[in-house]
Design a protein around this ligand. Structure first.
Ligand SMILES: [Zn+2]
Length: 81
């Protein structure tokens, strides 16, 4: 698995096209933790980490999330070659 740090999140994924479903954001402090993504009342995504009593990683819009996921996908693909 490779990681890349972008504006909103640090992303982890294999970079292989057939494994894109595994691409996900991670907590910079707890890279092993599985983050929770909830949709807030204002439709913003609230991304939290279950470690250390559950703390906020980032809040962003769904559009921002998808855009950054796409960016991470392209970067990780380049890493794999
Ligand atoms: Zn954390």
């Amino acid at each position: 698995m490779n990681t890349c740090k972008l504006h909103l999140f640090t992303w982890i994924g294999s970079g292989k096209q057939e494994e894109h479903s595994t691409l996900r954001p991670i907590c910079p402090t707890h890279p092993e933790a599985q983050l929770k993504i909830n949709v807030g009342v204002d439709k913003r995504l609230v991304v939290t980490c279950p470690e250390q009593g559950e703390h906020l990683v980032t809040m962003c819009s769904q559009v921002e999330f998808e855009a950054e996921k796409q960016q991470a996908r392209e970067l990780l693909e380049k890493l794999v070659g």
